[in-house]
Design a protein around this ligand. Structure first.
Ligand code: URA
Ligand code: SF4
Length: 249
């Protein structure tokens, strides 16, 4: 497994996990109305868009995302990529947004980065769909794989928030800077955020490098491996009660 990930030698885990304060609740997403040459009547103020999304169950949420036109990213997408996996998973991995392969297939992490993610999961004896859910910050592909803009991420945020509420994962792993920045409302680097237990609305969250970054930056794979081991230990601590307290102390 480790060789598959290019992950030798095995690094020792660090002992310095800390808990940080939860970020303030994100503001309600701005509602985007796509430009149109057709004259629509003025849209009513949709101040309760978040509330409406937060009341949806899986079926309604999936349908809402599949037809969503609430930010500019809808214009170029082929398929919205909702997320995939065990809807009762303990583990939630959150990436940035669909790339070309994901946009074509409608499933997250199916391209090169996805292969590495699958290897990373296998290295900690997990696999896609079994006690694991995989989702992204934005559900539609940013053109040319650019980073999602903050307004786009904000518009899409209620969907991920609702997915997390429905899944109720025990641990969230944020893959890369965009996921971490949006989930933690922080502009800190991945390097400074890894190795700690953060908090997303009451759920423990760990930050590691994005698999696409690891494909370009092989020397950081060992750190990603250390992060995965840290995640496993954190999960074990969560199950272990007292160990969790020690972990967070
Ligand atoms: N990169 C991501 O962040 N998400 C995907 O689904 C694929 C690649
Ligand atoms: Fe809707 Fe999210 Fe797609 Fe934007 S990225 S159109 S908010 S589903």
């Amino acid at each position: 497994m480790l060789e598959e990930m290019g992950l030798t030698p095995i690094w020792r885990l660090r002992e310095d996990s800390t808990v940080v304060e939860p970020p303030p609740a994100a503001a309600d997403a701005a509602t985007y109305h796509p430009p149109s040459t057709i004259h629509h009547p003025p849209q009513p103020a949709t101040g309760d868009r978040r509330g409406e999304i937060m009341r949806l169950e899986w079926k309604g949420l999936k349908a809402r995302v599949a037809g969503c036109t609430d930010c500019p990213l809808h214009a170029n997408r082929n398929k919205a990529v909702f997320g995939v996996g065990d809807e009762n998973a303990d583990w939630l991995f959150v990436g940035e947004g669909p790339g070309a392969d994901e946009d074509a297939q409608g499933e997250p992490f199916v391209g090169q980065a996805g292969k590495l993610l699958d290897s990373m999961l296998a290295a900690i004896k997990l696999k896609r769909g079994a006690n694991v859910y995989i989702a992204n910050v934005v559900k539609c592909r940013p053109p040319g794989n650019r980073n999602p803009e903050s307004a786009e991420a904000l518009a899409c945020e209620p969907y991920l928030h609702r997915q997390i509420d429905l899944i109720r994962p025990k641990l969230i792993v944020a893959l890369g800077k965009v996921a971490a920045a949006n989930l933690l409302a922080s502009d800190a680097s991945v390097a400074s955020m890894r190795g700690k237990v953060h908090d997303y609305r009451g759920t423990p969250l760990i930050v590691t490098y994005h698999p696409a970054y690891l494909l370009r930056t092989l020397q950081d794979k060992a750190k990603a491996w250390a992060d995965l081991c840290f995640a496993v230990r954190t999960m074990e601590g969560l199950h272990g009660g007292e160990a969790a307290v020690a972990e967070k102390a």
